[in-house]
Design a protein around this ligand. Sequence first.
Ligand code: C6P
Length: 404
Amino acid sequence: MLDIQKIRADFPILSEKVNGKPLVYFDNGATSQKPQIVIDAIATYYQEINANIHRGVHTLSQLATDAYEISRVKIQHHINAKFSHEVLFTSGTTHGINLVTNGFASILKPGDEVVVSSLEHHSNIVPWQMLCEKTGATLKVIPMNENGELIMEAFDALLSEKTKVVTVNHISNALGIINPIKYIIEKAHAVGAAVLIDGAQAVPHLKPDVQDLDCDFYAFSGHKMCGPTGTGILYGKEEWLNKLPPYQGGGEMIKEVTFEKTTYADLPHKFEAGTPNIAGGIVLGTAVDYLNNIGFENIQKQEEALLEHATKRLLEIEGLKIYGTGKNKASVVSFNIDGIHPYDIGSIIDKLGIAVRTGHHCAQPIMNFFCIPGTIRASFSFYNTIEEIDVMVEAVKKAKTMLS
Ligand code: C6P
């Protein structure tokens, strides 16, 4: 088992007080906290090797370039991509998804179909809607059941030769449900569709193997996995990245520019126009190392224990309902209490030092399905403790009494 107190000591913010109370940070789904090693690595980059990359012959530029490319290879191995040029640095999941939808604008035709799921974050709905508006393609939605699970029979029925893209999240941010993506990818490929997986909520909890999954694209954010904000990765299969046009034009993504014609750089640079978040990209590698040193098996064991305890303790509260009761779940509990607005609970427990997210979690279709304005979402990380969950449960009970 992990020595949680030792791990907590890696995260300076976890010993802060908020509103005079010890911080209980249960908003890991929004962004994770950062270990000292990640915070230090940002300063070290700027203190020791700050320079623009891929441009200069001078020593600092080469050091920075090497560090950036070493990080890319580290992430390639982490997700088991076949080539490092299939790993594109982005500013986050949203950027990665938009890069792909922009590319598909020159591929889709009227009558084509894009399949999304009813469990998606707005980042994996709106760009596809915009794409469909632009191309005349039609958006189809995989429905969900009362447990928050996607209905696979309905998915099967949606697929046809018209389906050109299927996209789902690996783990739902609002409910924590883990989707059967291997099945979805296999079925989508059987009709010739490309598959994008939104891995934003998966990468803090597990190590995706993109070759085993056989997905065509896998997008995620660095800031949810102990890395800096403004960092992310889009994995794309080489053949797809070669097929898609560049997303942004500018420096670094070209081979040759004349006023008559521009030719584009090879992968991955074709999709990395302009000066990137160099420090961020390098330090994302540091975060990946940190998580691998802890070990994803250990992370999962701790998070399973947290989920089980939180579910059991919260259900002791009369009138409390948990949304997302499917079997395969990550360490997220989304709940409401009868007759009380989630925002009111969230505000009261914040005064007690507890950070949870309240609202629609950028997943309004899920809230519409359950006919609710939003939920209270407690999302746990490996550095959280059973004791912290008990503190939250007592705080929720107190808030309930105050608001009833
Ligand atoms: N969800 C949450 O509190 P960005 O903002 O680009 O890093 O990630 C967007 C995104 C995409 N897909 C999923 C499944 C997500 O959960 C998120 C971010 C945060 O749930 C902030 S809204």
